[in-house]
Write a protein that binds this ligand. Structure first.
Ligand code: FMN
Length: 193
């Protein structure tokens, strides 16, 4: 089979589409949908988001040096898309989407109460890359919605929240479970005699 070549572009998919909340006071609290995000270090835990300078949220995050990455779910898909299509310059996105701000533990930026996971971040470095500025940040706290805690095991069950996936312009659910970390190299248990 021949390979078809595309011009260089953004093709690392699928990704999570997250809702990033920002702002220091309720009057300026805002939400921006972000797909250019990820983990970049385990210890210390660090994440990044890449934001175009023309976004309303860019000014807020640059000035305050803080934001919260809120994971999204199938149920939050509509709000996620809306917050990625309208600007806080013109709309109160909380009022429009019905999402509610909650108090974060460490940062002044709000968490989104309806999100299953909220990752509080403090900006360490801003790297101008071209179309986007990359905010490299340290994770300073994580809070999860207790409804996804398995009471018996005490473990957090992210799959139960039905996380939202973004792939090449479309939103999807997770699909079926294939295996767990390391299953491909796991030794089979010996048969007992
Ligand atoms: C699925 C999706 C992913 C997006 N990812 C990004 C992103 O990574 N960086 C960015 O600057 N804008 C991204 N956007 C666009 C912003 O969310 C959008 O311009 C938003 O209206 C900006 O809001 P604000 O002006 O209130 O900050 C994305 C939009 C959608 C729908």
């Amino acid at each position: 089979m021949e390979r078809i070549h595309f011009k260089p572009g953004t093709m690392v998919y699928p990704l999570p589409a997250v809702m990033v909340s920002c702002g220091e006071t309720p009057e300026e609290f805002n939400i921006i949908t972000i797909a250019w995000t990820g983990t970049i270090c385990s210890d210390p835990p660090m994440c990044y988001i890449s934001v175009r300078p023309e976004r309303h949220s860019h000014e807020i995050i640059k000035r305050t040096g803080e934001y919260v990455i809120n994971l999204t779910t199938e149920e939050l898909a509509r709000a996620t898309d809306w917050n990625g299509c309208r600007s806080g310059k013109k709309f109160d996105k909380w009022k429009e989407t019905g999402l509610t701000p909650g108090e974060a533990k460490i940062v002044k930026a709000p968490i989104i109460n309806e999100a299953p996971v909220s990752i509080e971040c403090k900006v360490k470095e801003i790297v101008p890359l071209g179309s986007h500025d990359m905010f490299i940040s340290e994770v300073v706290n994580i809070s999860v919605n207790e409804k996804y805690l398995d009471r018996a095991s005490g473990k957090f069950n992210l799959s139960a929240a039905k996380p939202l996936v973004y792939s090449h312009g479309f939103y999807f659910g997770l699909g079926k479970k294939i295996g767990k970390f390391g299953w491909s190299v796991e030794k089979k248990p010996r048969n007992k005699k």
